[in-house]
Design a protein around this ligand. Structure first.
Ligand code: PEP
Ligand code: CO
Length: 444
């Protein structure tokens, strides 16, 4: 039996992956301020996303969730945000045209600032310091001062989330996101590659269809001048999440810091604080499912997180890695399938495929990512379940963090423009290539 939920009932549970703030009075002061600031999203938007996710789980849409592993304060600028939005919208166009399905776009954006770490401490030579946990907690530089957790960073993260979301909303409401203006949609960096030519053809046939539809049904196309774009992040730093949790009359508690939040693979313990927090909010929830998950544990987590078996409420984001997916996924799909529980299945082909090069750089191979995606589609087809979403770490920039792909990046190329302070992301061209591959897979 679970006890009564409240926005702070997580504090009674086992709390993993939290910083220890040295000054508790300063922490309380920050949380008080945060809880008085306006929400970033509304409960209506959150409910709308839940409805769209229910449609996706039922086979009527596909979910494209993506963005940085960890947003950085420095990257809160116009061009980075614009490129991130642009690549996700462009990928969604490829998916829509290729698969003839609606696409639900969700960014890992406007709040993805906290990172779980495998170790509390980081050692370099003789020096040992607290690990970097994301810009909402401390800084990446390797000094005691930079690694000290500072509660004020929660306010800075809230402000940057608000600025990011403000710009994303403005861009997606019109002008930039208007499909009547395909000139906004050409591929930067990569012109005259097979991928960009394929994309250009797609854009031309899309423009033609739009012109045709406007002649036939001029009133029906208002929707084409804007796009829906939702935000998400890992609900990791529970002090922050609690402060953004607000009551809605007759509808319960919502986390109004993002449309969707997810529980990470390291914090998904049944009796842990993160599951406790997430079970009580009305938002759609994601649950990362990694190699240590057993069928019994998964069924129990689903029941705790979605006791009313509400469609669209729970997205299972599996992240096994190419080597393990065949062994791990079928037993879980079978268990969920036979229990009649409503979930949306999504594949994160990034986190199980991380490798470290001989020179110590974290990377992922494009081919491994692609192979895990292909396996995931295949296994779901064999299981009678449906892969309804993809969860990617990507950027709209021309970075060199993952090897392979259309630009054939090698390990030696990685040092050219490696920017991530945490996990390696797909670059612009690699992301677009994945979109074409997904569209193909969705056809089967
Ligand atoms: C992440 O999504 O950045 C992450 C840390 O994933 P996971 O919890 O699946 O390891
Ligand atoms: Co990551």
């Amino acid at each position: 039996m679970r006890t009564v939920w409240s926005p702070e009932s997580w504090r009674e549970k086992l709390v993993l992956q939290q910083p220890v703030y040295p000054d508790s009075a300063q922490l309380s002061g920050v949380l008080k301020k945060l809880s008085q600031l306006p929400p970033l999203v509304t409960a209506w938007e959150v409910d709308r996303l839940r409805g769209q996710l229910a449609a996706a789980a039922a086979g009527r849409a596909f979910v494209l969730q993506g963005g940085d592993c960890s947003e950085s304060f420095e990257d809160c600028n116009a061009s980075t945000i614009l490129r991130k939005l642009k690549v996700i919208i462009q990928m969604s166009l490829v998916l829509i045209c290729g698969s003839r399905q609606r696409v639900v776009r969700i960014g890992r954006i406007a709040g993805q600032y906290a990172k779980p770490r495998s170790s509390d401490l980081e050692r370099r030579g003789d020096v040992e310091l607290p690990s970097y946990r994301g810009d909402i907690i401390n800084r990446a530089g390797f000094s005691l001062e930079e690694r000290r957790p500072d509660p004020e960073m929660m306010l800075r993260a809230y402000e940057r989330s608000a600025m990011t979301l403000n710009f994303v909303r403005a861009l997606s409401e019109g002008g930039f996101a208007d499909l009547h203006h395909p000139e906004n949609w050409d591929m930067e960096f990569v012109r005259n590659t097979p991928g960009s030519r394929r994309y250009q053809q797609l854009l031309e046939s899309l423009s033609e269809s739009i012109r045709f539809m406007e002649v036939v049904s001029p009133a029906g196309l208002n929707e084409l001048s804007r796009v829906d774009f939702f935000t998400s992040h890992e609900a990791l730093l529970l002090f922050y999440e609690q402060a953004l949790t607000r009551p809605e009359r007759h509808r319960g508690w919502y986390n109004l810091g993002a449309h969707m939040t997810w529980i990470g693979d390291r914090t998904r313990a049944l009796e842990g604080a993160h599951v406790e927090y997430c079970r009580g909010i009305q938002n759609p929830i994601g649950l990362k499912v990694g190699n240590s998950m057993t069928p019994a544990e998964l069924l129990e987590l689903i029941r705790v997180l979605n006791p009313d078996n509400q469609p669209g409420r729970l997205t299972l984001i599996h992240r096994f890695g190419l080597d393990r997916i065949r062994e791990k996924l079928p037993v879980l799909t079978a268990a969920v399938q036979s229990s009649g529980l409503n979930v949306l299945w999504s594949c994160d082909p990034m986190h199980g495929n991380t490798q470290t090069t001989r020179s110590g750089i974290k990377t992922r191979s494009f081919d491994d990512i692609v192979s895990e995606i292909v396996s995931a589609f295949q296994i779901h087809r064999e299981s009678g379940t449906r892969l309804s979403g993809i969860h990617l770490e990507l950027t709209g920039e021309d970075v060199t963090e993952c090897t392979g792909g259309p630009g054939n990046l090698t390990e030696t190329d990685l040092s050219r423009d490696y920017r991530s302070t945490v996990d390696p992301r797909l670059n612009y061209e690699q992301s677009m290539e994945i979109a074409f591959l997904l569209a193909e897979q969705m056809h089967f």
